[in-house]
Design a protein around this ligand. Structure first.
Ligand SMILES: [Zn+2]
Length: 263
C-alpha cells in the first residue's frame, strides 16, 4: 500500500504540483483533492465530538441563513454541493472552513461580527481559504519540508492523536475548537480578496468587511482569532481591504441576492 501511495504521490506531483490559485498565484499542491476532502471531514467530526454545539435555534438559523447565501454561489458549489454549517458553543470570536464543505462558526464571533454582512465577511474569508486550496498548499509545503511523515501515516490510516493533530494543523484548525492556526500572510491576503468578492456576490455590502476588522481591532484581547493572526497590523489589513473596494461594491450592487438574515 505504501508503494502504491508513493507512486500515486509522484504522479500527482508531476500532474498538479504547479497549480494556480483563484487570484492567479502559483501554488505547490501535491495532495489529491479527494484526500483533502477526507481529511477535512475527519477533522470536522473530531471537532464535533470535542465541542458542544449551540442549541439556540435563532442563532443557528441566523448563521445558516448567512452561510447559505455564500455557499449557494456557483464558485462555492463547485467545491462542494453539500455544505454543512455548525455553530459551536465557544466564546472565542472565531470561525473556520474545511475541505469537504464544512464550516464552523464560534458563538463568540457574533459578539464582534455584529451585522449579517460582518458575519458574511468572516465566513467568506474562511471559505476563501478552501476555494484557494490553502490546506493542500500547506500540507504540500509540509511534505516539501520533510515533515510529511506524520501526515502520510495519518493518510494510510495509522493515525494516532499526534498525526491527527498534524493533519488538522495543516488544515488550519487545532485539535480542539478555539485553537485555530494561522495561514501564511499571502494566504490571508488571498482569503481576504476572495472573501470580499464572495460576500458581495452573495448580497452583503463588502464595505462591512472594513467595519468588521475595526471591531476586531477594538475587541481582540488575548490570542488573536485565526483570521487576524497573520498580518502586519489592523490598519494595513483595512487599507488593503479598501483596495479594489469599488469593484467589490459594483459586484454587490449587481448581485441579485438580497439575503434577509435576522436574529
Ligand atoms: Zn484566514
Amino acid at each position: 500500500m505504501m508503494k502504491k501511495f508513493i507512486v500515486t504521490l509522484i504522479i500527482t506531483v508531476v500532474l498538479v504540483a504547479c497549480s494556480t490559485s483563484p487570484t492567479g498565484r502559483k501554488q505547490l499542491m501535491v495532495m489529491p483533492e479527494s484526500q483533502m476532502i477526507t481529511m477535512g471531514v475527519q477533522s470536522f467530526h473530531q471537532l464535533l465530538e470535542a465541542t458542544p454545539r449551540v442549541n439556540d435555534a435563532s442563532i443557528i438559523q441566523y448563521v445558516q441563513c448567512i452561510g447559505d447565501a455564500i455557499t449557494q454561489l456557483p464558485s462555492v458549489q463547485a467545491v462542494s454541493s453539500d455544505w454543512e454549517i455548525v455553530v459551536f458553543d465557544d466564546p472565542s470570536a472565531n470561525a473556520f472552513a474545511l475541505p469537504g464543505g464544512k464550516i464552523g462558526v464560534h458563538k463568540g464571533l457574533l459578539t464582534v461580527a455584529v451585522t449579517p454582512a460582518q458575519v458574511a465577511a468572516v465566513m467568506g474569508h474562511e471559505v476563501g481559504h478552501v476555494l484557494a486550496n490553502h490546506g493542500n498548499e500547506r500540507v504540500s509545503q509540509s511534505f516539501a519540508a520533510n515533515q510529511g511523515l506524520a501526515l502520510l501515516e495519518g493518510w494510510l490510516g495509522k493515525s494516532d492523536n499526534k498525526n491527527q493533530g498534524a493533519i488538522m494543523a495543516a488544515l488550519g484548525v487545532g485539535t480542539q475548537v478555539g485553537v485555530l492556526l494561522p495561514f501564511g500572510r499571502t494566504q490571508e491576503n488571498e482569503a481576504d480578496t476572495i472573501g470580499k468578492e464572495l460576500m458581495a456576490r452573495a448580497g452583503f455590502d463588502p464595505r462591512e468587511s472594513v467595519a468588521l476588522w475595526q471591531n476586531m481591532a477594538r475587541g481582540s484581547n488575548g490570542a488573536p482569532p485565526e483570521f487576524l493572526s497573520t498580518h502586519p497590523s489592523h490598519d494595513t489589513r483595512i487599507e488593503r481591504l479598501n483596495d479594489n473596494m469599488a469593484s467589490a461594491v459594483a459586484l454587490y450592487q449587481q448581485s441579485g441576492n438580497k439575503p434577509q438574515c435576522k436574529r
